[in-house]
Ligand binder design. Structure first.
Ligand SMILES: C[S@@+](CC[C@H](N)C(=O)[O-])C[C@H]1O[C@@H](n2cnc3c(N)ncnc32)[C@H](O)[C@@H]1O
Length: 359
């Protein structure tokens, strides 16, 4: 008999993480699933591909997130009205118990959509991360006085490429951007006031992803939405608005590996600052790709000059502490590396110029 403890543990760990990151509904649903796994219930066939796998591997492969996404996707498909009736909706009291019972019924009556959805690795595109990247772009613009050539790697659907078309509100710390933008990003700000003054000019933008999400494909759009936690209505609304903007802008990252694409495309050019940026991407690279990409970036930095600077802006969890997310900027010529901020993983807050930045 297979030991179900690693699976139940993975679902419980994810339940705690969801609750801690503002989705009590997802936390409760995952906890119901964990108890079902322990009891050898309806989750067993859906999780059959991962039977006997360690908790660590289950978390690395984001199996609980895949399952949550599969349930949400079924709701979004319109094929499960009972589940949809029990699902969180604005103005309706959240009832995780009713949602679990409906999800359980759906897994019994039609397990195939769950298995199909869960065979993919999760892919998200978190628009509010632009609220963390923006002060970085403004720092580059102010520091160089040049227009920006943008290159994003690990861009998913490419929604954060459109950062200069969004409106930002940092509470009492200030606002930035097009006041009429349909994409409105709010983030808490602590630390010294943000560098929101001045204008920024974007000369060009390009992006790549190993598996870009095609916004023009309705199934891909639905999948992107399914990974957003169901009781986070503001995130869902932001994603909808950004998808509409992305569709209108025909945003479509190149399908390419970041290492070769960066080496091929992101050479510094005179008259502009070339900005290579990424968010929550580095950890998905194998170690040898990280080393190769770092070498490519250093080579591009070496080719930079005062009239053709090169900037590397990234919002990434610290390698040995994934819970702490840093916004860092390295600027060539010179290659000065600065910790600009500590930020929330989904972009809800920015702590600008944290104490260690002075070191
Ligand atoms: C967690 S998502 C983050 C997406 C986006 N940057 C954001 O912040 O919303 C990580 C992305 O990195 C992409 N990725 C992973 N390895 C890659 C590689 N070697 N080259 C290009 N993209 C890669 C994945 O396909 C995925 O879209």
């Amino acid at each position: 008999m297979t030991d179900t403890a690693p699976l139940a543990r993975a679902f419980d760990i994810q339940a705690g993480a969801c609750a801690a990151f503002g989705s009590p509904f997802s936390g409760a649903l995952l906890a119901f699933a964990a108890r079902d796994i322990e009891a050898g219930g309806v989750m067993a066939p859906v999780l059959a591909p991962w039977a006997g796998v360690s908790t660590r591997t289950l978390m690395e492969e984001a199996v609980p997130i895949r399952w949550l996404g599969a349930v949400h996707d079924l709701v979004l498909s319109g094929a499960a009205p009972d589940l949809a009736a029990a699902w969180p909706a604005p103005g309706r009291a959240v009832d995780a118990d009713a949602a679990w019972r409906a999800a359980r019924g759906a897994m019994i009556s039609s397990p195939a959509p769950f298995a199909a959805f869960m065979s993919h690795e999760p892919q998200t595109n978190e628009v509010r991360r632009s609220a963390c990247l923006l002060p970085g772009f403004l720092t580059v613009s102010a520091g160089t006085g040049l227009p920006l050539r943008l290159f994003e790697i690990g861009a998913s659907a490419g929604l954060n490429q459109l950062w200069d078309r969004y409106h930002y509100d940092y509470g009492g710390a200030g606002t930035w951007g097009d006041a009429a933008s349909p994409v409105r990003l709010e983030a808490a700000w602590t630390g010294v006031p943000p560098p929101l003054a001045g204008t920024v000019s974007v000369l060009s933008r390009a992006a790549c992803d190993r598996k870009p999400v095609d916004l023009a494909d309705p199934a891909s759009r639905r999948r992107l939405k399914a990974y957003v936690w169901a009781d986070q209505f503001d995130r869902l609304a932001r994603l909808d608005a950004a998808i509409a903007l992305g569709l209108a802008a025909r945003t479509r990252p190149d399908a390419a590996d970041a290492v070769t694409w960066t080496a091929r495309c992101a050479d510094p050019r005179r008259g502009a600052v070339t900005v290579l940026f990424h968010s929550v991407f580095w950890q998905y690279l194998p170690t040898d790709s990280q080393t190769a990409l770092r070498q490519v970036i250093d080579d591009l930095g070496e080719r930079a000059g005062p009239e053709a600077p090169f900037a590397w802006l990234r919002m990434e969890p610290m390698p040995r502490n994934l819970a702490t997310v840093e916004l860092r900027l390295t600027l060539w010529p010179g290659g000065e590396d600065r910790l600009l901020a500590h930020v929330h993983p989904h972009g809800a807050s920015v702590d600008w110029d944290p104490p260690s930045a002075a070191a």
